[in-house]
Design a protein around this ligand. Sequence first.
Ligand SMILES: [Zn+2]
Length: 230
Amino acid sequence: MAFADKYMGALSASNLLDDELHHKAEPLQAAALADRSARDIGALLHRVKYAGTVVQKLAHAVAAQGRAERELADAVRRKDTAREAECRQVVEANAATCAMAGSEAAAFRSLYVAWCDIVSKKGAERHWIKPADWPKIGHLAPALYRRVAEHSLVYYLDDVCKACDGTGATSTKPLIVCKTCCGSRKQPLGSAAELKISAYEAKLVAEMVGELLALEQTHAGVANARLRRV
Ligand SMILES: [Zn+2]
């Protein structure tokens, strides 16, 4: 059984003190203890990623909100009042979804904040903005880090191919392999134009998606090893 399944099973077990269910609490404990290996967000990653569509809806809304807020600020700066009114409408329409209550939504928000923080540190360490360019464009760094964090997290949380619903085929008899994902079941990461970001940022997004997958794997591996020991 994949660690994600054990972990989600443990989360949904209602009374963790019950003896019969006691073993179900072990994945939770293992997840928490393994967190150090995954920058302290491993358990959150599992919890949020496998929580279902509520979180996916929220993640998309948060990313759309980030984009609308940036476009709004841009319209204000350009004194384009028509565009400004349009952007305000989008921001208001999205606000309700972004303010969604509930424990899954709260878990998503914690993950979002933690991931933005990790991405900012990585971006600074890896000189996404070259030291030579820092005096001129250094003030753009926080927005760059946030865009990369948002897009990578949204993709990571909802990476099932939309064309074939993650089955890898658009027909079974005869078997027709899905043209969108070529049978990989994974939604291709959007192009820079689709994501409305630069090619350079799209490359950084792909890199951070890889880091999220690696964090999940490391965390599951360490947590599983702990489970085998108990
Ligand atoms: Zn597909």
